[in-house]
Design a protein around this ligand. Sequence first.
Ligand SMILES: O=C(O)CCC(=O)C(=O)O
Ligand SMILES: [Fe+2]
Length: 355
Amino acid sequence: MADEPGKIVIPSIVQELVASVHEPPSQYVVREQDRHTMAGSEMPEPIPIIDLSRLSASDNSADEVIKLQSALENWGLFLAVGHGMEPSFLGEVMKVMREFYKLPQEDKQKYTNLVDGKGFRMEGYGNDVVISEKQTLDWCDRLYLVVEPESKRIYSMWPTHPPSFRDILSEYTVRCREIANLVLGNLAKLLNLHEDYFINTLNENAMTYARFNYYPHCPKPDQVFGLKPHTDATVTTIVFIDENVSGLQLQKGGVWYNVPIVPNALLVNTGDAMEILSNGFFKSPVHRVVTNAEKERMSLVMFYTMDPESEIEPVPELVDEKRPRRYRKIKTKDYMKELFETFARGTLVIDTVKI
Ligand SMILES: O=C(O)CCC(=O)C(=O)O
Ligand SMILES: [Fe+2]
């Protein structure tokens, strides 16, 4: 249950906190029983690397499609190379992200996600939604922006410094959309659906969010999460990860694995909406981020979500007597609302729609 309105204390910006404390405050400290796995295990097999240029070739290479299928069935994610973005462009993207977080606090606060210093809105800079005093907080500051559809962008929330921020993010949005469409086309084909099936679920009202994550170094990385375990609510997600510091972990069969860094590769995962649409053929992987005692870390995440007014439910062609419907129908905007509340509580939103 959420606390009474008005009782929530807005947490500090972690970047500020880390400059003034030697120990993480108790609200950040994970319960003892959840700490033992924090170290993460090495993956038993290399994480699948898919060459997207081989998927896009007209004679699209069966090998690469089979690799894609097995990556998603086994892990729910893969590393994408051959995505067409030059290392120099990715370097620019990382640079604008770093420059934003280097701005003085008062400049970053111009984009705050707090309304009147009290309530939270989704877009903007700050913490994730806090609904309860008892909630475990994450060692992460973030800037959240709507990037698609273009008509829904609120440019007043887009940093003006560095000056190239807007152009770089716009360009990155276009490039990621090409990747998302390519992946979604291939996923539809794997399920014997029309190639455009999933692409069309992302219609002109579908929302794409960019989330710039900043995880400052943390004095007690064995006690604090950068981001607590969760799944993404998306149809698909594309993550651009700092190549200097690892931290992303993936859960499989009850074990937490470290996702290795492959420079200039992008991480692509399926999300809850894809799990539901595909009636469970594709799973939405549970993942989390751990912190580092010495180094800060950054990531840029593109979340592809459906039109807020549309219903998410299993594709009729993927439901039959042998494979009955596994998820109930839910409106996208209700699912998103539920996501923020379950995330704050530390539970999984997908469990609320399983039949
Ligand atoms: O920082 C990362 O590597 C992943 C972040 C993430 O999972 C998220 O923002 O949903
Ligand atoms: Fe995530």
